[in-house]
Design a protein around this ligand. Structure first.
Ligand SMILES: [Mg+2]
Length: 239
């Protein structure tokens, strides 16, 4: 946001680190989890956030608007949300393990964005904090002329980016942040997720340069297999 509270449109210059979202108390604001790619750990991070917040007494729940191929992610989030019904956590399920738009073509069924928004609204009406997990990365096509980015815009939520830590992650992080900012949305933080036990030079050095390159707080560098988030990390989530 600029000083007048307007979203910054098309800000690609990555200025100073924005610490406005950092704080020790989490007040409960819903947010949208996206990834630098599919398979980078969005569900893992979302589950850890939900479990961590619920342990502190916040009725945080997960929302997986679209599932393609299987509903495993949605089941994980439903369980981490205190056992919500699967259909509430995941209103749209397509059987083909491809992008939602393509799955819709294959199954002769088009995804209706209004249904995705309505599912969020009913969860948000009953719970103070909803963590939305997108499908794949930021520009994944959901329907003709509708992408994951459009859903994030329609929900109007701050975005948290999960990046798989590997050679190439910096490029994917910068591309995704540029696209988030071009939509006038705020990226409130980045999780760098270690997908492997073995570290190469890129993986070791990535975390040291992300904040300077992006102006976005690095919320956590998750080691491979890490199954918890510190309270300090939870306190830095949007809110
Ligand atoms: Mg997932």
């Amino acid at each position: 946001m600029d000083s007048d509270g307007r979203p910054r449109k098309g800000n690609l210059s990555f200025p100073r680190l924005d610490r406005s979202t950092a704080g020790s108390h989490h007040l409960g604001v819903s947010f949208f989890i996206t990834g630098t790619d599919t398979g980078v750990g969005k569900t893992h991070v979302t589950r850890l956030i939900l479990e961590g917040l619920r342990k502190t007494g916040i009725d945080a729940v997960g929302y997986k608007p679209l599932a393609c191929g299987d509903r495993d992610d949605a089941r994980i989030l439903a369980e981490a949300s205190g056992g919500l019904p699967l259909d509430e956590v995941n209103p749209v399920f397509l059987k083909s393990a491809v992008a939602p738009y393509v799955a819709g073509l294959l199954e002769n069924r088009s995804v209706k964005p209004a249904e995705l928004v309505a599912g969020f609204q009913s969860l948000a009406a009953a719970h103070p904090l909803v963590v939305v997990e997108g499908a794949g990365g930021w520009e994944v096509p959901v329907a003709a002329n509708y992408r994951i980015a459009d859903l994030a815009c329609d929900l109007g939520l701050p975005v948290v980016l999960v990046a798989g830590n590997r050679l190439g992650a910096l490029n994917h992080i910068l591309l995704t942040l540029g696209a988030i900012r071009a939509r006038g949305l705020i990226c409130a933080g980045i999780f760098l997720n270690q997908l492997d036990d073995e570290l190469d030079t890129a993986m070791i050095t990535n975390k040291g340069v992300i904040e300077d390159l992006t102006g976005v707080p690095l919320l956590e560098h998750l080691i491979h297999g890490q199954d918890f988030l510190d309270e300090e990390v939870l306190g830095k989530l949007p809110g």
